[in-house]
Design a binder for this molecule. Structure first.
Ligand SMILES: Nc1ncnc2c1ncn2[C@@H]1O[C@H](COP(=O)(O)OP(=O)(O)OP(=O)(O)O)[C@@H](O)[C@H]1O
Ligand SMILES: [Mg+2]
Length: 342
C-alpha cells in the first residue's frame, strides 16, 4: 500500500517536472523566435511554428513518459496474467527502469520465483504422498487376492494376514503423522501449556519404546537433571519418542544410547546420542525433508515424517536443533530451547 502511494507521488512529481521543462522549452522557443524577429512582426507563421513545435515536444515527451513509466507497468500487468494462468516461469525485465518501478519489478520477480518453488514443493509433496499411500495399498490388495485363492496352506494364510495387518498399521500411522504434521505446520502459537517435569517425560518415552530397544538388547543410559518445563506436554513428548525411535533403529545389536537433559540459566539442552550406523553428509543434508528416508532405514517401516515433525516442534518451542553424525560411528541430536515455551 505504502509503496503504491509513494510511486504515485513520484509519478506526479515526474509529470510536473516534464510539464515545467515543456514550459521552459516553449518559452525559450518564443525567445528564439523573438530573436529571429518573427514575433515582433506578427505573421501567420509565428503561432503556427510555436504550436507545431510545442505539439511535437509534447508528443515526444508523452511518448517518453509512456515508455518510461507505463511500459514496465504494462509488462507487469501482462506477467501477472501469466502467473494467474499458472505460469511461474515468467520474469519482467528491469534493465531500463529506476527507483520504485525497478523495486516493484524486482519484488514481483522475487514473488514469482517464490511461487515457483512452492509449486515445485507442492507437486513433490503430492507425488511422495501418493507413493507412500499407494505402496501399502497395492501390497494389501495383492495379499488379499492371494488369500481368495483356494488350496492355500494355513502357514501362507497366516503370513499373508500378518503382512496385511502390518501394512494397514503403516497406513494408519501415515495418516496420523500427516494429520499431526499438517496441524503443527498450520499453528503458530502453542496452546494448552502446563508446567511439568521434563525429565519424567523423557523417562516415560523410554519406557514407551521399551519393546523396540529390548529387542535389540540396547542399553539406555540416562543423565537427566530435574527440570520443570512450561509448555505443551503432547508436542514435547513427540520430540523424545521420534528421536529415540530413530536412535534405536540406527543402533546395532547390544549397543547403547545416551540421553542427557541439562538446564543452563534459562535454557534446556537435551541430547540423544547413539553409536549406530550414522549418516553421510548427503543423508544428513536431507533428513528434515518430508518423506525422506536414508539408506539405513530402508528395512525399517517409517514414512520419513518423524524428523520434519521434530523440526517443526523445535521451531514452535523457539529452540534450535543440532545434529552431529559420522557413518558407522553414530549420531547425536541436540535440542536447545528456552525454559518456557513461546
Ligand atoms: N539417529 C540416526 N542415525 C542414523 N540415521 C538417522 C538417525 N535419525 C534419522 N536418521 C535418518 O534420517 C531419516 C529420516 O528420519 P525420520 O525420523 O524423518 O524418518 P524415519 O525414521 O525413516 O520414518 P518415521 O520417523 O516416519 O517413522 C531416516 O530414514 C534415517 O535415514
Ligand atoms: Mg523417525
Amino acid at each position: 500500500m505504502l509503496r503504491i502511494k509513494t510511486l504515485r507521488g513520484r509519478t506526479t512529481l515526474f509529470v510536473l517536472v516534464i510539464m515545467l521543462l515543456s514550459g521552459i522549452l516553449t518559452t525559450l522557443l518564443g525567445v528564439f523566435l523573438n530573436w529571429l524577429n518573427l514575433l515582433t512582426y506578427p505573421t501567420i507563421w509565428a503561432p503556427i511554428i510555436v504550436l507545431s513545435v510545442s505539439s511535437l515536444l509534447g508528443t515526444l515527451l508523452a511518448h517518453f513518459l509512456a515508455n518510461f513509466i507505463l511500459k514496465p507497468i504494462k509488462d507487469i500487468a501482462r506477467a501477472t496474467k501469466e502467473v494467474a494462468k499458472g505460469n511461474f516461469t515468467v520474469q519482467v525485465d528491469d534493465a531500463k527502469t529506476i527507483g520504485e518501478i525497478e523495486m516493484l519489478i524486482k519484488d514481483f520477480n522475487k514473488m514469482v520465483r517464490e511461487l515457483a518453488s512452492i509449486e515445485m514443493f507442492r507437486s513433490d509433496f503430492i507425488s511422495n504422498f501418493s507413493h507412500e499411500f499407494k505402496t501399502p495399498i497395492v501390497s494389501i490388495q495383492g495379499f488379499a487376492k492371494q488369500l481368495q485363492k483356494e488350496n492355500i496352506s494355513d502357514e501362507k494364510k497366516k503370513k499373508y494376514i500378518e503382512i496385511i495387518a502390518q501394512e494397514s498399521e503403516n497406513l494408519a500411522n501415515l495418516s496420523t503423522n500427516i494429520l499431526y504434521l499438517t496441524k503443527l505446520e498450520s499453528q503458530n502459537i502453542v496452546t494448552d501449556k502446563t508446567s511439568f517435569s521434563l525429565d519424567e517425560q523423557i523417562r516415560h518415552s523410554v519406557i514407551l519404546l521399551e519393546k523396540t530397544w529390548t529387542r535389540k538388547n540396547l542399553q539406555i543410559i540416562l543423565d537427566l537433571d530435574p527440570i520443570t518445563y512450561h509448555g505443551n506436554k503432547d508436542i514435547t513428548e513427540q520430540l523424545w519418542t521420534n528421536l529415540l525411535s530413530n536412535a534405536v533403529n540406527a543402533s546395532k545389536e547390544n549397543g547403547k544410547i545416551e540421553i542427557t537433559a541439562k538446564e543452563k540459566e534459562n535454557e534446556i539442552i537435551v541430547s540423544i546420542k547413539d553409536y549406530g550406523v550414522g549418516m553421510t553428509s548427503d543423508v544428513l543434508s536431507r533428513i528434515f525433508d518430508k518423506f525422506y528416508q536414508g539408506d539405513t532405514s530402508r528395512t525399517s517401516s517409517g514414512n520419513g515424517l518423524g524428523l520434519p515433525m521434530v523440526k517443526r516442534i523445535v521451531e514452535l518451542c523457539n529452540g534450535k536443533i543440532h545434529v552431529q553424525s559420522e557413518p558407522d560411528r553414530g549420531t547425536t541430536f541436540s535440542i536447545t530451547f528456552p525454559k518456557s515455551m513461546g
